[in-house]
Design a binder for this molecule. Structure first.
Ligand SMILES: Cc1cc2nc3c(=O)[nH]c(=O)nc-3n(C[C@H](O)[C@H](O)[C@H](O)COP(=O)(O)O)c2cc1C
Length: 184
């Protein structure tokens, strides 16, 4: 084995999501994020690592809420757009159709097939990044592509996995490597 400096590459590919922040009608924004993780089921907590210089960080600090939006592979261009421009320079909600969350006022992407709405419970400042621990106050998914027992129906929907220099994979490809016993 050789030494790895960019250790986080070892933890990719990871799904890429849209983080919604702010409040529609005031200041609202979406950014792409793949450093997103469940933390606990009870209480329901999720963590997101957000660049300290990002507009998203500013809005999460201002409003104390965010949403995690799962987009299908065919909306990869939206994820890429949200991840390559800053909301400080342009209003990304003018391009990415949005509505208000149900339990929070942060924006939710119309194209999302799954949404987790969060209120910030605590945060860890780590110089370049702020890691927000969010309490999940609502979560829902499109029922034609997700069910509570088996999760995403990978035969019907593909979720983008971000693999840095190698671009994105679709979750569907991983079906080839699915462990025996999986149902589909
Ligand atoms: C696929 C992908 C995943 C990303 N993951 C993260 C992430 O987990 N955390 C982060 O801070 N930035 C991440 N970024 C970069 C931000 O999306 C990017 O810096 C964005 O322009 C910030 O937007 P904002 O200033 O409007 O908040 C990612 C970008 C892409 C394309």
């Amino acid at each position: 084995m050789r030494e790895v400096k960019r250790f986080y590459l070892l933890l990719h590919p990871r799904p890429a999501y849209l983080i919604g922040s702010g409040r529609l009608g005031e200041r609202a924004n979406f950014m792409a994020a793949s450093w997103v993780t469940p933390i606990a089921e009870e209480p329901p907590l999720v963590g997101v690592a957000i660049g300290a210089d990002s507009y998203t960080r500013e809005l999460i600090d201002a409003y104390g809420e965010f949403t995690i939006n799962v987009l299908p592979m065919d909306k990869l261009d939206v994820i890429y757009y949200a991840g390559s421009r800053s909301g400080r320079e342009e209003d990304k909600t003018a391009v990415i159709r949005a509505r208000r969350g149900e339990a929070v006022q942060a924006p939710v992407a119309e194209d999302a097939i799954g949404v987790i709405e969060c209120r910030v419970r605590t945060k860890v400042e780590a110089q370049d990044v702020v890691f927000y621990v969010g309490e999940v106050v609502a979560a829902r998914a499109r029922e034609d592509v997700f069910d509570e027992r088996r999760g995403w129906a990978s035969s019907k929907v593909d979720i983008p996995l971000h693999n840095w220099g190698r671009g994105f994979y679709g979750l569907g490809r991983l079906r080839l490597a699915k462990a025996a016993g999986g149902e589909e």
